[in-house]
Design a protein around this ligand. Structure first.
Ligand SMILES: [Fe+2]
Ligand SMILES: [Fe+2]
Length: 127
């Protein structure tokens, strides 16, 4: 999660680094809403907001990659789709009233996103 705050992991592109910092702030606040939902359905809304925010982020990266490295676009898209598929079960768990499972799945999403950032985004957007 702290990947984009660590100097060694910055891509060096100020726009990309700033976008990732904002993205991770959004993920932290949505995760906090999920964890603190007193049963008002806020957790579900937070997951939906998070999914939409991730889609915007991924679209931005894919458009950018298409412009300067079209070969990298297909594998980038595939990994983004994989990450989005990890969020659907979080929603399902909340719907099934299983916040413990939702929390575990969110942790898994964070870990996978961190890995994506390190192994895909940073090398691709580094300059
Ligand atoms: Fe990214
Ligand atoms: Fe990405």
């Amino acid at each position: 999660m702290a990947t984009w705050l660590e100097e060694q992991w910055k891509s060096g592109d100020p726009v990309i680094d700033a976008e990732h910092q904002k993205l991770h702030q959004a993920i932290s606040s949505m995760t906090a809403v999920m964890r603190n939902d007193p049963g008002l359905g806020l957790a579900m809304e937070a997951v939906d907001v998070l999914i939409e925010r991730m889609r915007i982020h991924f679209r931005m990266e894919e458009n950018l990659a298409a412009r300067f490295n079209s070969q990298a676009t297909a594998p980038l898209k595939a990994d983004h789709q994989r990450l989005l598929r990890l969020l659907a079960p979080v929603r399902d768990a909340l719907q099934n009233n299983d916040p413990e499972r939702a929390r575990m799945l969110m942790d898994e999403f964070h870990a996978q996103l961190d890995r994506h950032d390190r192994e895909v985004d940073i090398p691709l957007f580094r300059r």
